[in-house]
Design a protein around this ligand. Structure first.
Ligand code: AMP
Ligand code: ZN
Length: 469
């Protein structure tokens, strides 16, 4: 079945065609490790996880690269703000290197808690400085650079269709960039490739270069590392929508100027996670929440956030509130109960179910629709093992750890050590319910209750839990 993805480059859903048949190279802009990733960042990484899993479900062999930004990202997208790593170091009283190592580990832990597939390659900007310097040299040779007192800059006026990704008039891009006043820049949209260390202060992270001691501009790492780690297999590049107008626009300009080749064929961008009032969750706004404080500490299953993210299409804004997270957790638990009630025989889900599910995810990752199909199947007349088989198959994409519900159910059943008479009453009641003989089901429930057990039905009407009184 064909896979369609919304390509920001052409502003439409396009049939996905990889460069090499059966294989996909993906570059996903990763976290800046000066602090914990917040739930907004993680929403973006979740959409990329849905993408990677969808590609794998479609039998593609996927190679995903994710960078770890541990240098050079200044506050804001421009060239004048504070260095985020040095800022983290000052805040915490430890070296920028320690800060980076600590938050990289924390990030990987969060990825695990949200059941995201580990990228095939994690690459740190600081491990790839040579490649970044090489790229600037290439740009210099081709005449795209100029020097100012604080660094080497890319001359955006020399690159045709600089606005090809943003689709914004150049004037508007210039207006956006003008917020930051740097009188030495030839054009407001020009950006730094290499920044010099200040003459009067020693930076913790700095390197020798042909232009002087300093550090790379933030956009440079993603160009250098996608070219290095993906080679010619540059199919899909992802990030949040805030990356479109500056970061990705500049990545395209410097990469294509240096190589003379198209950088990536498909550009996918995830919408924001907002907090009350439609404000973007952001570290700079101090309104951000993390896996640790919004989920783990509140005893909410981290997968509830994953479930919530599945319920909103990745190109639509998503609202955060503790309440919505708790509702998502209830929904997820109800799903687990429905899975648990299917027993533990796993059958064939059937092609009809699979095709419907595939059609949803292949329509630009329509996860809300994919979930709806799962629920439809759970409610259907399909035999229980077939339902379970379909659910587990879909979970390769959903990543909700549905298999854990089966074992959990078995554990509870064991703990209860149900007497034979209760077991047979339960079986009879289940049959009555399947035959929609509600009266009989109610009579059987009363009998079970009389024997000292409480029977709880899940929202979908399946018997799911028994509690010894
Ligand atoms: P950063 O760590 O700032 O480099 O951001 C990591 C990723 O999170 C980038 O792809 C951003 O586009 C994305 N991002 C930042 N804020 C949000 C938000 N509120 N909602 C969704 N994605 C976001
Ligand atoms: Zn990037």
């Amino acid at each position: 079945m064909e896979l369609f993805l919304y390509n920001t480059l052409n502003l439409k859903k396009e049939k996905f065609d990889p460069i090499k048949a059966g294989e996909v190279g993906i570059y996903t802009c990763g976290p800046t490790v000066y602090n914990y990733a917040h739930l907004g960042n993680l929403r973006t990484f979740l959409f990329q996880d849905f993408l990677v899993r969808t590609l794998a479900y479609n039998h593609y062999s996927v190679k995903r690269v994710m960078n770890i930004t541990d240098v050079g990202h200044l506050s804001g997208d421009g060239d004048m703000g504070e260095d985020k790593m040095e800022k983290g170091s000052a805040r915490e009283g430890r070296s920028a290197w320690d800060v980076a190592a600590y938050y990289t580990d924390a990030f990987k832990e969060d990825m695990g808690l949200l059941n995201m597939i580990t990228p095939d390659i994690y690459c740190r900007a600081t491990d790839n400085i040579t490649e970044q310097i090489e790229l600037v040299k290439q740009l210099e040779e081709k005449g795209f650079t100029y020097k100012t007192s604080d660094g080497i800059y890319f001359d955006t006026s020399k690159f045709p269709d600089y606005n090809r990704l943003s689709h914004l008039p150049l004037e508007e891009l210039k207006e956006g960039a003008r917020v930051e006043k740097n009188p030495e820049k030839k054009n407001p949209t020009d950006f730094s490739l290499w920044k010099f260390s200040p003459a009067d202060a020693k930076r913790q992270m700095e390197w020798e270069s042909p232009w002087g001691v300093g550090f790379p501009g933030w956009h440079l790492e993603c160009s250098a590392m996608s070219l290095k780690f993906l080679g010619g297999q540059r199919d899909i590049h992802c990030g949040g929508i805030d990356h479109i107008n500056v970061h990705h626009t500049n990545e395209i300009a410097q990469s294509e100027a240096a190589t003379g080749e198209k950088f990536f064929n498909y550009w996918l961008h995830g919408a924001f996670l907002n907090i009350a009032g439609g404000k973007k969750m952001a570290k700079s706004e101090n309104n951000y929440l993390t896996v640790a404080n919004a989920l783990v500490k509140k005893d909410i299953n981290p997968l509830a956030f994953r479930y919530a993210a599945l319920q909103v299409h990745y190109r639509k804004p998503m609202d955060y509130s503790e309440n919505s997270l708790r509702q998502a957790e209830q929904g997820l638990n109800s799903l687990y109960r429905q899975i648990a009630a299917l027993g533990s025989d796993i059958g064939e889900g059937g092609n009809g179910a699979k095709d419907e599910f595939l059609a949803a995810i292949n329509d630009d990752l329509n996860m809300p629709q994919a979930l709806a199909i799962l629920f439809k199947i759970l409610k259907s007349e399909m035999p229980l093992p077939a339902k379970l088989g379909a659910a587990l198959d879909f979970d390769r994409v959903l990543g909700l750890n549905l298999a854990s519900a089966i074992s959990r159910f078995e554990e509870t059943a064991q703990k209860l050590e149900l007497p034979e008479d209760v077991k047979s009453l339960l079986a009879a009641r289940q049959k009555a319910r399947q035959e929609k003989d509600w009266e009989k089901a109610d009579t059987l429930r009363a009998e079970i209750t009389k024997l000292g057990y409480t029977l709880t039905d899940g929202p979908e009407g399946q018997q799911v839990e028994l509690e010894n009184k």
